[in-house]
Design a protein around this ligand. Structure first.
Ligand SMILES: Nc1ncnc2c1ncn2[C@@H]1O[C@H](COP(=O)(O)OP(=O)(O)O)[C@@H](O)[C@H]1O
Ligand SMILES: Nc1ccn([C@H]2C[C@H](O)[C@@H](COP(=O)(O)OP(=O)(O)O)O2)c(=O)n1
Length: 218
């Protein structure tokens, strides 16, 4: 499941995984955890060489229960801190560093290798798991994405500023040389703007059921 920020990847992926009894991996949380570690250790996130030099230092553990996903860095629970505005502002820069992507790619494939999982991010269908049984690319209008994100934040958060940050990250995530955000070959595109979360979950569950019926029939 790929798509830009606020398109509904996390909530849809968790809903689909829960309904189908699958595991769940939020790769954005892994990039955020790497970014949190860099900021904690005073690494200049705009210095790609400095970030690359520390790419293998943090120890990340991702819990894959869709009802209660977890993430720790060096044994510390960082589920809250990785959503801070500081991490959100810095995460696209850290995500452009090939050493960071390479390290996380290895860990993502190891987790996926255990089978039965919904994985969400920016490059899952294109790079991490191009042979996935079902690939989904979610989008939503920028206004809808900003309204959804702002609703999650504390009262008084400015929708215009949130939308500007989403669009800034879209530009970096889509324009980077390594594994840019892009729709994978064979992906199903769902524009979630007019649909409720439950409707999108049902659409994706139907795609998975169709794919599994087709593979049993072949
Ligand atoms: N189809 C939808 N309609 C309305 N709100 C949605 C929909 N899908 C997700 N949301 C809400 O939008 C917000 C952002 O969704 P999220 O799943 O975190 O997006 P992403 O992982 O793509 O950034 C969440 O508060 C979520 O509950
Ligand atoms: N597979 C991935 C997942 C996320 N990233 C990067 C790009 C995103 O701006 C950040 C954060 O991702 P995340 O999915 O947490 O972002 P949102 O919650 O949608 O705002 O990580 C990536 O480069 N590749």
């Amino acid at each position: 499941m790929d798509g830009p920020s606020g398109s509904g990847k996390s909530s849809t992926s968790r809903g689909v995984a829960s309904k189908l009894g699958l595991r769940y991996l939020d790769t954005g949380a892994q990039f955020r955890a790497m970014t949190w570690w860099m900021l904690q250790h005073g690494v200049d996130v705009d210095d790609a060489a400095a970030v690359a030099a520390h790419a293998d230092d943090p120890v990340l553990v991702s819990g894959t229960d869709p009802a209660a996903p977890t993430i720790t860095v060096d044994g510390t629970d960082v589920a809250g801190p990785i959503r801070s505005t500081e991490v959100t502002s810095a995460v696209s820069a850290v995500s452009t560093v090939p050493a960071v992507r390479g390290r996380l790619l290895r860990e993502q494939r190891a987790i996926i290798g255990d089978g039965g999982i919904v994985v969400e991010g920016r490059d899952i269908g294109t790079v991490v798991a191009p042979d996935a049984a079902v690939k989904v690319y979610l989008t939503a209008d920028p206004e809808a994405r900003a309204v959804r994100r702002t609703a999650e934040m504390s009262a008084g958060t400015d929708i215009t500023a949130t939308q500007q940050d989403l669009l800034r990250r879209d530009r970096i995530d889509s324009g980077r040389a390594t594994a840019p955000l892009a729709m994978a070959d064979g992906a199903h595109h769902i524009d979630t703007t007019p649909f409720t979360l439950d409707e999108v979950v049902d659409q994706v569950v139907a795609l998975v059921e169709e794919a599994s019926a087709a593979s049993e029939g072949s």
